[in-house]
Write a protein that binds this ligand. Structure first.
Ligand code: PLP
Length: 452
């Protein structure tokens, strides 16, 4: 390469790992790791500098809903980059307006208008800010088994133990229990008799202590993602909606992981025809090719905002490259029948998992909708003793990390949380690749069986 060359150097993979280990700070995982150096990807696959290929059974961070390098999204980003890379959020831009119109088309009916953000955490931060601004109240009710982001406010909303790491949590967060029927927090076996699984009765009791006049919003993932794919019983979301309405409390649905066809519908809440006042999304909106998130609001809120705008904004809100990729991804999903594909592949996946459960006693529960699925692993099916304790680390979590390593070695990229394996492949994965992943999973589960 000459001094004036504008070609990028192709670095030696060893150098890349060295710099990664010593100079790249990554949240969550331990510093100093030398991960595989990924050099390319296509469809449901990615590969590293040694030529090893990995089948992406988690769609990266459950965002590559259309797989890797979808040609229509890549082309839209290139075309937009040629035309206009950046223009401030207050200016008109064709792709921004087009994406706002598309969001209105695919979100549940009362939702009419959208703010754009740089991801899911920023969308949820904005949602809390708006809920407090609109209601003049400060408390936010969030659930334990939840993940809402990694910024100050959203990590405080997050219920799982990651929030322990935040020091100085955002004040005003009240915690609610979850409709986790496989391990009912109230010990019920029949969700019809459980106030937590019904939703409204549990929320109503909390409000009796908290004073509803102080509560701005309830935020929840309609189907919980990171914390183990928890699908609520029928009637749950409706009951929460009705309770919120009785007390003038806003309902925020965090669809960051479950949205954009992941569950076989545009949004998880569509399975029960329950709409929120505020809907946050990100990830699958553009398969993660450019950072993008949204906070969409009902017509009532949109009209109110005309007189009382939300102060402050994001430099990169409605970034043209992100909006162009969002438009291309949503249109591709419409043209390619992606929602129907996700529904059919999800049904097939769960029926194959049921066959694996006949063979592997360690599978305690199989749950999910569309391509948003998990298996929960146990030491004993009758007692439901967990394979590893909740949020276990290091030695106690060894069987899970052993399985992760085994699968990765076999070329299957799987996602683990506590004693669950999440199965969230791209929505358009081929049947052949789905079968290949299941075959490697079958062998991986033998490790868990040894602990049964
Ligand atoms: N909300 C949910 C439900 C999520 O799953 C995530 C990320 O995994 C977030 C919010 C945070 O989104 P981001 O990482 O884009 O900030």
């Amino acid at each position: 390469m000459s001094e004036f060359s504008n070609e990028y150097p192709t670095h030696d993979p060893g150098w890349v790992q060295e710099m990664h280990a010593n100079h790249y700070l990554q949240s969550w995982s331990k510093q100093g790791r030398k991960p595989p150096v990924i050099t390319g990807a296509e469809g449901s696959w990615f590969w590293d500098s040694t030529g090893k290929r990995y089948l992406d059974f988690q769609s990266q961070l459950v965002n590559a809903n259309l797989g890797h390098q979808h040609p229509k999204i890549v082309q839209a980003i290139k075309d937009q980059a040629d035309k206009l890379c950046y223009i401030g959020p207050a200016m008109g831009s064709d792709v921004r307006s087009e994406l706002a119109a598309l969001m209105t088309e695919i979100t549940p009916e009362p939702i009419t208008s959208t703010f754009f953000t740089t991801g899911g955490s920023a969308a949820n931060e904005l949602a809390i800010r708006l809920a407090r601004h609109y209601t003049g109240r400060s408390k936010i009710i969030a659930r334990y088994r939840s993940y809402h982001g990694a910024t100050g406010g959203t990590l405080s909303l997050t219920g799982d133990p990651r929030r322990h790491l935040t020091r100085g949590d955002m004040p005003g967060v009240v915690r609610m229990l979850d409709p986790y029927c496989y391990r009912c927090p109230m010990g019920h076996t029949d969700s019809a008799n459980c106030p937590v699984s019904q939703g409204g009765p549990h929320l109503e009791e909390l409000l009796m202590y908290e004073n509803p006049q102080t509560v701005a919003a309830v935020i929840l993932e309609p189907i919980v993602g990171t914390n183990g794919i928890l699908v609520p019983p029928d009637g749950y979301l409706q009951s929460i909606r009705e309770t919120c309405d009785r007390h003038g409390i806003l309902l925020i649905f965090d669809e960051v992981m479950a949205g954009f066809g992941r569950t076989g519908k545009w949004f998880a809440c569509d399975h029960w025809d329950v709409a929120p006042d505020i809907l946050s999304s990100a990830k699958g909106i553009n398969s993660g090719y450019v950072p993008l998130g949204t906070m969409s609001v009902s017509k009532t809120l949109a009209d109110w905002l005309k007189d009382y705008p939300l102060p402050g904004g994001l430099t990169y809100a409605g970034h043209p490259l992100a909006c162009a990729s969002g438009v291309a991804a949503i249109r591709a999903m419409q043209e390619e029948g992606t929602l129907a594909k996700a529904t059919a592949s999800g049904e097939y996946l769960r029926s194959e998992l049921a066959k694996l459960a006949d063979k592997h006693p360690c599978i305690g529960d199989i749950r999910g909708k569309g391509m948003f699925n998990a298996i929960e692993l146990v030491k004993n099916r009758d007692t439901r003793e967990m394979l590893v304790p909740f949020a276990a680390k290091e030695d106690a979590a060894a069987p899970m990390s052993e399985m992760m390593k085994f699968a990765m070695n076999e070329g299957l990229y799987l996602s683990f949380f506590s004693n669950c394996i999440r199965l969230t492949p791209p929505l358009n994965i081929s049947r052949e690749d789905l079968d290949l992943g299941l075959e490697i999973l079958d062998r991986t589960l033998e490790i868990a069986d040894e602990h049964y």
